[in-house]
Structures are given as C-alpha cells and as structure tokens.
Write a protein that binds this ligand. Structure first.
Ligand code: IP8
Length: 211
C-alpha cells in the first residue's frame, strides 16, 4: 500500500466547548478542515481521529459507561441505555466533523469503532484496522472517533481516540501523527510536559502547513 502520510487527531477540546453540552466550536472545526484539505490537495493520505469533547462525555459519566457492569452492580438495562445515549452523541459529532470535511471537498467517511473494535479491560482485543485501510486504499479519508464499545470483561467501556491512534500507528506506521488542540502554537510534545517547547521556529519558513 502507498505510505500513510499522517493521522490527525482533532482533540475534543479543539473542536467542542468541553463544558457546554454538545456544543461545537464551528470556526475551529472549519480551520481544521482547511488543514486537512491542504494535505489532501497535496495527495497526502491521512486518517482523522477525533475525541468526544462535550459530545458523549456527559452521557458516559452519568451512566458510568467506562466502568461497565463488573465494578458496579448496575442494572444492565440502565447501562445499555447509557451506552446507546453515549453513542448517539459521539456519532452526532462524527457526523458534524465528517460533514465539514466533505463541505471542504474531502472524500471523508465516518467509521465508528463500535462493533468492529472490542476491549477486555485495559486491552483492545479486536481492532478492525483492515476496514480503515480498505477505505484509504479506495481513496477515502476515514474519520474515526472515541467511542463506547463492547468489553468482554465488563460489558462495555470507553475506547478513547488516543488508544485508536496508538493502534493505527502500530499497524500503519504513519509518517506523522498530529494532535490539534486548543493551545496555540506548534509543539513536538504536549505543551504542558516539563521541557515541552514550541517547535514553531523550525516550521516558520515553510510555504505550507508543517504537516
Ligand atoms: O474524547 C471518548 O473519546 P476521547 C469517547 O478521545 C466517549 O477520550 C466519551 C465515548
């Protein structure tokens, strides 16, 4: 397969107002779509993964979806309802993100982990990377997201966008993994890491986005 140029993570706090229920940062999402469009126009193959932000986290917390059913003796119907509401919310955001990318002329397709990815406690025991690869090879830009998934140990759990990126990176070896956050500047590690500094100077003289 042709090389994968990059995986772009749209952080939940970058594209949503985290404290405000299901609230999209419209302009930030448009800017992010512009960056992805610039990559796509240059023929660079990429995968988008977004977090949940204010879509999904409220419902997951209310119904304890991340803990599943082993640690808490909860009513199974209650937990299932929590999973359904969480998924309705994260897939709503996935639709909005994918829609914005398509509006920018990107052949983006939303791909949800539920049903195709599965966990066992801390471990991911099934990850359908082949479906992502197939979409890429057919010329699409896959758009995955943090999701609520089935878990063989505790019925269900939360699969974060970062875990998805870790697995996709191991399997597909992208040249770059770029995290778009709500912090200004370009960093080569999380900006709040001790010693984490801006890497902007290295990119300043380039005539296109540094990815
Ligand atoms: O924001 C969480 O994904 P993340 C997904 O990448 C949820 O941690 C809440 C269902």
């Amino acid at each position: 397969m042709a090389a994968l140029h990059c995986i772009v993570k749209l952080g939940g706090s970058a594209v949503t107002h985290k404290d405000c229920f299901e609230s999209l940062k419209v302009e930030a999402l448009q800017r992010a779509a512009g960056i992805v469009h610039a990559l796509h126009r240059r023929g660079q193959r990429c995968i988008i993964v977004h977090g949940a932000g204010s879509f999904g986290h409220f419902q997951a917390k209310e119904f304890n979806v991340s803990k599943g059913s082993m640690e808490y003796s909860v009513d199974a119907d209650y937990l299932r309802r929590g999973l359904c509401l969480t998924r309705l919310s994260v897939t709503k955001l996935n639709h909005l993100v994918t829609e914005e990318l398509v509006k920018h002329g990107i052949p983006a397709v939303g791909i949800s982990p539920f049903g195709a990815w599965k966990a066992a406690g801390e471990e991911v025991v099934r990850a359908d990377v082949a479906a992502v690869l197939e979409a890429l090879e057919a010329g699409y830009v896959p758009v995955l997201h943090g999701d609520a998934v089935l878990d063989v140990k505790q019925h269900c759990c939360i699969l974060s966008g970062d875990t998805i990126i870790e697995i996709l990176s191991q399997e597909l070896s992208p040249k770059h993994v770029v995290f778009l956050t709500d912090v200004d500047g370009i960093y080569d590690q999380p900006p709040d890491n001790p010693g984490g500094g801006s890497a902007w100077e290295e990119c300043e003289n380039q005539d296109h986005p540094p990815i």
